[in-house]
Design a protein around this ligand. Structure first.
Ligand code: DOR
Ligand code: ZN
Length: 346
């Protein structure tokens, strides 16, 4: 196709950060997406409804005049979270969901949850007040192989949680394995998953292509080729339980290219183009709109966006970085050919 248009998409999983980083990265998300689910793993985290409302305001203050981008906020589930806080969150016009980080699983997860069992009353409250639980699905047990963390979390924690809380809506975030895809396919309709562009376009070989590649490192880490293929299959299947969540997670070049590099891929500047590339490679561009623009809104029970964006054939590499030097942000897929680019609203 030379050119095509889709309903304006939403990003159901993004890290916008705060302060100077927020001002640098927000424009890339806000110019493409109508809404975004904003992750709460700031330091300190977004623990309360009041924190989320203040953060939403800081985001709005960073938007260009007349932007109609809507940040949808999340609370960071901690062992200190109370059912009363969940009730408050459910009444807030800006809070859309609550995020579960297993303690120590990823960036700024030190305040995350070590013992899920202790959270029963809070999970009951999520169910009662109908707020979705977003899950970073990785086991943190020290003897678990890093490539098995999602699988172990699924078996030991997620399956029992979904069974125990029969009315809870759950998003299994940034799934990376064939096992996770199969689980969501056979789970009840209240369970969905987001998929990132990097997990659709790369497998774990990309981490070691000609040397160590820190800019391909994110959590959950890239998996095997058969996992990537399973993700492409479900993303392009038209199954509404799989939808777009970029997990765009900026870190400066110096914190990625380091002794102990941070996890996170900054894909916001090319996110739609990268998803289009993955769908084009699978000969499934006709399925992109559902995945990118319809299914997430339906799951979160929000109206689909009304505007449209147009993509045009281009076969050009995307931008390599935002900013220069150690503070620069290396962009996902830098230097690789992308066969479509967004040419603006339709
Ligand atoms: O790669 C990641 N980066 N995975 C996460 O779960 C967190 C994120 C971040 O905040 O940098
Ligand atoms: Zn994330």
């Amino acid at each position: 196709m030379e050119s095509f248009s889709i309903t304006r998409p939403d990003d159901w999983h993004v890290h916008l950060r705060d302060g100077a980083m927020l001002s640098r990265v927000l424009p890339y998300t806000a110019r493409r997406f109508g809404r975004a689910i904003v992750m709460p793993n700031l330091d300190p985290p977004v623990l309360t409804t009041a924190d989320a409302e203040a953060y939403a305001l800081r985001i709005r203050q960073c938007l260009v005049p007349d932007s109609d981008f809507e940040p949808l906020m999340t609370l960071y589930l901690a062992e200190s979270t109370t059912p009363a806080e969940i009730e408050r969150a459910s009444r807030s016009p800006v809070v859309a969901a609550v995020k579960l980080y297993p303690k120590g699983a990823t960036t700024n997860s030190a305040r995350g949850v070590a013992a899920l069992d202790a959270l029963g009353p809070v999970l009951d409250a999520l169910e009662r007040f109908d707020l979705p639980l977003l899950v970073h699905g990785e086991s943190t047990s020290p003897d678990c192989d890093v490539f098995d963390r999602e699988r172990e979390f699924l078996d030991r924690s997620l399956v029992p949680l979904v069974e125990r809380h029969a009315g809870l809506r759950v998003v299994f975030e940034h799934i990376t394995t064939a096992d996770a895809a199969a689980f969501v396919e056979q789970a009840p309709a209240r369970v969905a998953a987001t998929i990132t562009p990097q997990h659709l376009l790369m497998n774990r070989n990309a981490l070691f292509q000609g040397g160590l590649r820190p800019h391909h490192y994110c959590l959950p880490v890239l998996k095997r080729e058969e996992d990537r293929q399973a993700l492409v299959r479900v993303a392009t299947s038209g199954n509404p339980r799989f939808f777009l969540g970029t997990d765009s997670a900026p870190h400066s070049r110096s914190s990625k290219e380091s002794d102990c590099g941070c996890a996170g891929v900054f894909n916001a500047p090319v996110a739609i183009e990268a998803y289009a590339e993955a769908f084009a490679r699978a000969d499934a561009l006709d399925r992109l709109e559902g995945f990118a623009s319809h299914f997430g809104a339906d799951f979160y029970r929000r109206p689909r966006n009304r505007g449209r964006i147009r993509l045009e054939r281009c076969d050009r590499p995307g931008p390599a970085a935002v900013g220069e030097g150690p503070d620069g942000l290396v962009v996902f897929f830098a230097g690789e050919a992308l066969r479509y680019r967004v040419v603006g609203p339709d």
